[in-house]
Design a protein around this ligand. Sequence first.
Ligand code: ATR
Length: 275
Amino acid sequence: MITGKTKIIGIFGDPVEHTLSPLIHNEAFQYLGLDYCYVPFHVKKEYLKDAVFAIKALNIKGVNITVPHKEVVIQYLDEVSEEAKYIGAVNTILNNEGTLKGFNTDSQGFVLSLKDEGILIKDKKFLVLGAGGAAKAVVYGVLKEGGEVYIYNRTLSKAWATKERFNNLGLIEVVNTIDKSVTERMQVIVNATSLGLKKDDPMPLSPELLLSEHIYCDIVYPETPLMKEAEKIGCKVIGGTGMLLWQAIAAFEIWTALQAPVEIMKKTLYKVLTK
Ligand code: ATR
């Protein structure tokens, strides 16, 4: 029930039709009996500035920011959190009585998805494939938790730029080529590229380079071909659904300052993904 007091939360993206965020958050608001409503806004690039201004003008409580606005949006905000500054991308905005603060909960989403599976990041060696926005969120999270990052990217210059960006947070090295001598030294392998999103995408790594002792993580969901291969090999496999869930949980807590109903949000997400 929308009332005169209902607080509005939104998501700005282009496209935005595919988003699962309204489902997860509205279910959580309802479960806790909170007078909040989460709605999608299809915001084209040329209207992003106006849309961000509208957060204040319309007294919207908060928004998620998704593709392709996560980086560009930063210039329109009043404050940006430390992790969002490092990563150079914002996926969550809080309207704190007219002051807009940007956060990046993708990074926490990745870390919490591993913690949820009982995996400790500290002192583990992570091979991170990719150097785009999602990869930077993964790198930040791993380094903050005391893991080591070895980064590989098709465009090598972007891997070097990522190393430069995060060098003072911990150990980060660039990997020029991946062979078994590299993967053998790793405990965790993360696909942080966009490969696996489209049906005929090549795999981001040859399955022959995986060992049964590896933890294989993918930021793409629900299941990529390499996840299936990794499972066959005997790896512990963590898909992108966890990251999606936990970034939503972190955003929920920023907007409401309440503890999120984790189990309800988890159940809602897994139900819609297995439909
Ligand atoms: P996102 O926000 O999802 O991270 P992005 O910033 O566009 O999206 O980054 C996409 C990542 O996937 C990049 O690391 C990209 O590699 P390049 O920097 O070389 O473009 C990687 N990627 C996309 N398509 C790829 C392909 N066919 N082969 C290898 N890497 C690919």
